[in-house]
Design a protein around this ligand. Structure first.
Ligand code: SAM
Length: 248
């Protein structure tokens, strides 16, 4: 009966689609998707052919009305984005909001999310995390946002695209204590997957040391303020480490 299924899809590795996602995609009357070509390929891979409705950030409101009318007629509709969980740094939230306001049922299907996947392999304290998503592209606005995050104790989660990664790493290194840990989670679930953990003091050098490290899609995780420990003590140990190395 009338339901909007919010369906997570893989973030790279096609094997990460769930059995339940496939079943749901097979029973729905239509699929609302960010990019009809992308989702068309996903469905074809599993021998499915569905009515596709383009739902991107520029037409979410109008599409929501269309979807509500179809749901009210008793249809079942899936909502997907190009990769990962819809409505998380992706279109979908406005549609879900409108469908809920219309009193219709919304059922989420869990699956890949770049943020949670990166957190799970980071080793950072994740009992609290703060999802920042994409930082503003303009330097001034980015600095303002980062300044506002300086006292956050939770692990922070950033999304970044390859063309801005070095800039963003430099901005993080300038805005937070050099002793904090940062985790680079690049191309998760894909062929060139890499996760690297270092301190912010080492981060700019690491990312610039090899152009391959700047390619692909990134989640950046930054250790929170309260977990960074006693800064003076850590700095003293760092310097002692350098001195001892010089002596040996
Ligand atoms: N809704 C998606 C999710 O839940 O994972 C996120 C979509 S957002 C438009 C795309 C961003 O997610 C990328 O720029 C990158 O920061 C992150 N991302 C997506 N896939 C990734 C992957 N395989 N490895 C690392 N980061 C990824």
């Amino acid at each position: 009966s009338a339901t909007l299924y919010v369906v997570a899809t893989p973030i790279g590795n096609a094997g990460d689609i769930s059995l339940r996602a496939l079943h749901t995609l097979s029973i729905v009357d239509a699929v609302a998707c960010e990019d009809t070509r992308n989702t068309g390929h996903l469905l074809t891979r599993y021998g499915l052919s569905k009515n596709l409705i383009a739902a991107h950030q520029h037409n979410e409101r109008e599409v929501a009305d269309k979807l509500i009318a179809r749901l009210q007629a008793g249809e079942r509709i899936a909502l997907v984005s190009d990769a990962g969980t819809p409505a998380v740094s992706d279109p979908g939230a406005r549609i879900v909001d409108a469908v809920r306001n219309a009193g219709l049922r919304v059922i989420p299907l869990p699956g890949a999310s770049a943020a949670v996947t990166a957190l799970s392999a980071s080793g950072l304290l994740n009992d609290q995390f703060y999802f920042v998503g994409f930082l503003p592209a303009k330097a001034k606005q980015r600095e303002t946002v980062l300044f506002g995050l300086q006292a956050i104790a939770a692990t922070m989660v950033f999304y970044e695209a390859p063309h801005r990664i070095t800039e963003t790493v430099a901005a993080l290194a300038a805005a937070f204590e050099p002793t904090r840990h940062i985790v680079f989670a690049r191309e998760l679930t894909k062929l060139f997957e890499e996760t690297h953990r270092c301190t912010l003091a080492e981060a700019v050098t690491w990312i610039n040391a090899d152009p391959n490290r700047q390619k692909g899609e990134f989640v950046l995780l930054l250790e929170g303020a309260a977990n960074a420990g006693d800064q003076d003590q850590i700095e003293a140990e760092r310097i002692l480490g350098i001195l001892l190395e010089e002596c040996s």
